[in-house]
Design a protein around this ligand. Sequence first.
Ligand SMILES: [Zn+2]
Length: 146
Amino acid sequence: MNKKDYQQQYYIDHREGIRERRRLWWIAQIETYRGEKRQKRQVENMSKINKVTLNRWRWKRRLHLISLLGSKCRKCGIDDPRVLQINHINGNGIKDYKKRGSNGLYNDILSGKRRKDDLELLCANCNVLYEYEQGRRYAGLGLDKD
Ligand SMILES: [Zn+2]
């Protein structure tokens, strides 16, 4: 019996077993594929939910913080929370953020651990102008004066 005939004979003799093993192998492949897809989808959904929840939570905290600090820009009076920023009156902002991170800083203010009389609200525009006035930004074209 040559090799080809032997293989054919073997197949005929073991047909059921071979088919069954092949079927099981395919089922396993499909299950793995489905499992991976499901897992991927779950991870995607999770991160989507977390992002939305986190974002909402951050905004709630921000709004709370803004209300504690007077709810409007000290200079121009705009009260849209989307443009309001916390300004350090004596310019220690970077040091403060480095020490505690914005998260830690916000939490400290909200929990009353940190005083807030050296903080004020400015809108994004007024904040930039304030930095020019303080000499922390410099255009050098005679535009820097108030
Ligand atoms: Zn303003």
